[in-house]
Design a protein around this ligand. Structure first.
Ligand code: FAD
Length: 301
């Protein structure tokens, strides 16, 4: 079954991890992955650095562990800004050899002081290439409920998305956001543009203040006042901040799932204990959104 077909059966719950640092054994991530597996993810995606030294081996090795040792569908991220067509082919051929046929096709962010030298200038170019040359792959793409920071307008942002979907993106995974209302308005814009592929909402639980500030600054994601108050109040109390961050993420997820979102993509930051707490608080809500068919499929297995 292709990943995209899952969305017809249930509210998808997926996770995102990053590979261990360079020169660290890939197996060092196995305990993290096995704990994450306890939360029954529908798939786990693995990030890959846009440029610089990231060759992709680490991402492929971790994706291989997920797919072939955990037996959970793995999705490999492929940012293309600094990759030639040949390098992209090498990644895709290796993934296919490892029985992995799911990718998140990305442009990637420019690296300071490094001019982009890849074959594919926009994610839509990469999506079209994979769709044409590797038709067995399920291709996801990124989307931005609060508009991508380089987009000159909301309309230009939706046009960029339209190109990716027309090029063959099977489903979309959103950038993190802290205000569900912005996601619902984004869904309305998609509906107006006739974009009908499933869209997963990206949720990042707060693990520490500095990390959230770094990520939101880099990605241009706005931080609502109430979220900022939470960050400020518990800045010196990491345990309280973690609990408050988990509670905030749970509230977002319960609301999104209740409103009928296609799926939740949890940015785990490789912290299984946080994913476990979120899953424990929401699993009955996800289960209540499965169709009878998929419940029967699960019981049979
Ligand atoms: P694009 O879709 O190419 O869009 C980039 C910008 O160009 C947008 O402003 C868009 O409106 C505009 N645009 C698109 N097409 C055209 C066109 N034809 N003409 C003019 N303008 C155009 N980065 C990594 O390096 N590694 C990762 O593993 C990674 N994982 C991510 C996972 C998710 C779920 C998300 C949401 C992002 C991830 N990123 C990752 C970050 C991503 O690479 C950046 O946000 C990047 O700036 C944009 O990538 P994109 O694929 O959305 O680009």
């Amino acid at each position: 079954m292709k990943l995209v077909d899952l969305f017809e059966k249930k509210t998808v719950f997926s996770l995102e991890v990053f590979p261990p640092r360079k020169n660290t054994s890939k197996e060092s991530i196995l305990p993290t992955l096995s704990s994450l597996n306890d939360v029954s993810p529908d798939f786990i995606s693995v990030t890959l650095g846009a440029g610089g030294t990231a060759q992709g081996n680490e991402t492929i090795e971790v994706a291989n562990l997920i797919q072939n040792q955990l037996h959970v569908p793995a999705v490999a991220h492929i940012p293309s800004l600094y990759r030639s067509q040949q390098q992209v082919d090498e990644l895709l051929d290796q993934l296919a050899a490892d029985n992995i046929q799911n990718v998140l096709a990305l442009r990637g962010d420019p690296v300071d002081g490094l001019s982009p030298n890849g074959t594919f200038h926009h994610a839509s170019d990469l999506v079209a290439y994979i769709d044409r040359e590797y038709p067995n792959f399920d291709v996801a793409a990124a989307c931005y409920p609060e508009v991508h920071q380089e987009s000159p307008s909301v309309v230009a942002d939706i046009e960029g998305l339209r190109r990716k979907v027309d090029a063959g993106a099977d489903h979309l995974i959103s950038q993190l956001f802290f205000d569900n209302q912005h996601f619902y308005e984004f869904q309305e814009r998609l509906a107006l543009a006739g974009i009908q592929v499933p869209v997963e909402a990206g949720i990042m639980p707060c693990t520490n203040k500095k990390q959230i500030e770094r990520i939101t600054k880099f990605s241009g994601v706005p931080v609502p006042k109430k979220y900022q108050k939470m960050l400020d109040r518990y800045a010196d109390n990491p345990l309280a901040l973690k609990d408050a961050g988990i509670a905030y993420a749970i509230e977002q997820i319960v609301d999104l799932v209740s409103q009928g979102v296609d799926g939740i993509h949890l940015y785990t930051m490789n912290k299984p204990e946080i994913a476990e707490k979120i899953w424990a608080a929401t699993k009955t809500i996800f289960a209540a959104n499965q169709t009878k068919d998929s419940v029967e499929i699960e019981l049979v297995h």
